[in-house]
Write a protein that binds this ligand. Structure first.
Ligand code: CTP
Length: 207
């Protein structure tokens, strides 16, 4: 199979040297890329900035903002069998980024933000039936109900949900659901094993 995987937290620039981002490490996307490569799949990894070493054998595409990531996904979507959106794509970006470095002022500074394109929602709208779509959900309450809503709204084949406490943690529990299955829980103490399990579930979905 040809996997298109996104990873890392996007950077939304306020001016040439300052940006808004999030705490995503990129580990989940990179581990999934490695797991898919290990069992012989082709992987294109679209990555926002991280400190991680790219897996050997991956086609790596570096992006920064949600808009860059959207453009890269659009470019490669037609050639993939499965899109895994493991990236923490910023939901908002500065409405009017400054071309020059902002100067400090004594008055309060208000930043206006506008929504970014929802990459997965776009992918869900392209289905006919198309690639298998896998999304992530980070939920601090009503985890399964919220994740199931995202799965419906974005027309996903599979959703992987966890809690904000999982960011950067060594162990956490992933809650995984496919359109036709009940929820299953996977402990991430062994990240490589849990990533391999996710890839196996996706292989089963493709039949
Ligand atoms: N995602 C995306 N494009 C965005 C934002 C998110 O493709 N602009 C993807 C993420 O990569 C993830 C999934 O959508 O796989 C869930 O993202 P999340 O931000 O949790 O969902 P939202 O619908 O934005 O809901 P929330 O209000 O919880 O932020």
């Amino acid at each position: 199979m040809r996997f298109l995987i996104t990873a890392g937290g996007t950077r939304e620039y306020i001016d040439p040297v300052r940006f808004i981002s999030n705490a995503s490490s990129g580990k989940m996307g990179y581990t999934l890329a490695r797991a898919a490569l290990k069992v012989g799949h082709q992987v294109t990894l679209i990555t926002a900035p991280t400190t991680l070493k790219p897996p050997t054998g991956v086609e790596l595409i570096r992006v920064e903002s949600a808009a860059h990531m959207f453009a890269a996904v659009k470019e490669h979507f037609g050639q993939c069998d499965c899109l895994i959106m493991a990236a923490a794509v910023a939901d908002y970006t500065p409405a009017r980024p400054s071309k020059t470095k902002l100067k400090k002022q004594s008055a309060k500074l208000t930043l206006e933000l506008k929504p970014t394109p929802d990459v997965l929602k776009w992918a869900g709208r392209q289905r006919k039936p198309g690639p298998t779509l896998v999304g992530f959900a980070l939920e601090d309450k009503d985890l399964r109900a919220n994740a199931e809503r995202k799965m419906r709204e974005k027309r996903l084949d599979m959703i992987i949900a966890n809690t904000p406490g999982a960011i950067g943690a060594d162990t956490s529990t992933l809650h995984i659901k496919t359109a036709d299955s009940h929820w299953i829980e996977v402990n991430t103490a062994r990240k490589t094993a849990s990533a391999a399990r996710i890839i196996r579930i996706i292989e089963t979905l493709r039949g």
